[in-house]
Ligand binder design. Structure first.
Ligand SMILES: [Cu+2]
Ligand SMILES: [Zn+2]
Length: 224
């Protein structure tokens, strides 16, 4: 191969396009949303709680970003969990237990031992509004720990995160009744969903880089 071909505009364009494809073009973003509501609360001027929770995962296996905006919630802290069922037959009570595929004890969101569904507490301000974001490393919108189609529940009282003395502490965090809930459904899906290979976003990028390097090699060999 001559030196001129390496420096040709076509060659440079090919290389730039390849890099662009690896880092930008190969998005496998998924977003899910749950609309939460519950019965009018007699302890809260009969206000009906409502609002949305969105879950965003930018690539298979990556952390999930959670955005919460709820109104009509009694001021203070409230347990917040993904429950195993997306069943609203009998309101929030039919959503089953905390989503716990690994059969571990209940815990807090940042604890090593926790249910996959344990998302800690939400805090409503004096106006009854919860407006917060956080990122979780354990829930997923794809693969074996997907929360799609499951229930999302806000409880009446604070979750003790498995550290209380109550017998239910290590099972539920003893956070009382269920004041608002909804089913987690798909909102935005890009081309790669569901992830057919359970690999992390970074290893997907490595595989794609190898594919591009291989096609680059074929291209070079054809030019020889
Ligand atoms: Cu719960
Ligand atoms: Zn739990």
């Amino acid at each position: 191969m001559s030196d001129e071909s390496l420096g040709s505009p076509f060659f440079i364009a090919f290389f730039i396009t390849s890099i662009f494809l690896v880092f930008i073009g190969k998005s496998s973003k998924i977003e899910a949303v749950a609309f939460l509501t519950g019965p009018a609360n007699s302890k809260n001027n009969n206000i009906i709680p409502s609002g949305n929770v969105t879950f965003t995962q930018n690539a298979c296996g990556e952390n999930v970003h959670v955005r919460v905006y709820l109104t009509g919630i009694v001021p203070g802290k409230h347990g917040f969990h993904v429950h195993e069922k997306g069943d609203l037959t009998n309101g929030c009570t039919s959503m089953g237990a905390h989503y716990n595929p690994e059969k571990l004890n209940h815990g807090g969101r940042t604890d090593e031992i926790r249910h996959v569904g344990d998302l800690g507490n939400l805090e409503a301000n004096e106006l009854g509004i919860v407006d917060t974001t956080f990122t979780d490393h354990l829930i997923s919108l794809t693969g074996p720990r997907t929360i799609i189609g499951r229930g999302l529940v806000v409880h009446e009282t604070i979750d003790d995160l498995g550290k209380g003395n109550h017998p239910d502490s290590k099972k539920t965090g003893n956070s009382g009744g269920r004041v608002a809930c909804g089913v987690i459904g798909v909102n935005i899906v890009s081309a790669e969903w569901p992830c057919m290979v359970h690999s992390s976003g970074s290893s997907n990028k490595i595989i794609l880089t190898l594919k591009i390097l291989l096609s680059f090699l074929v291209f070079v060999l054809l030019k020889l």
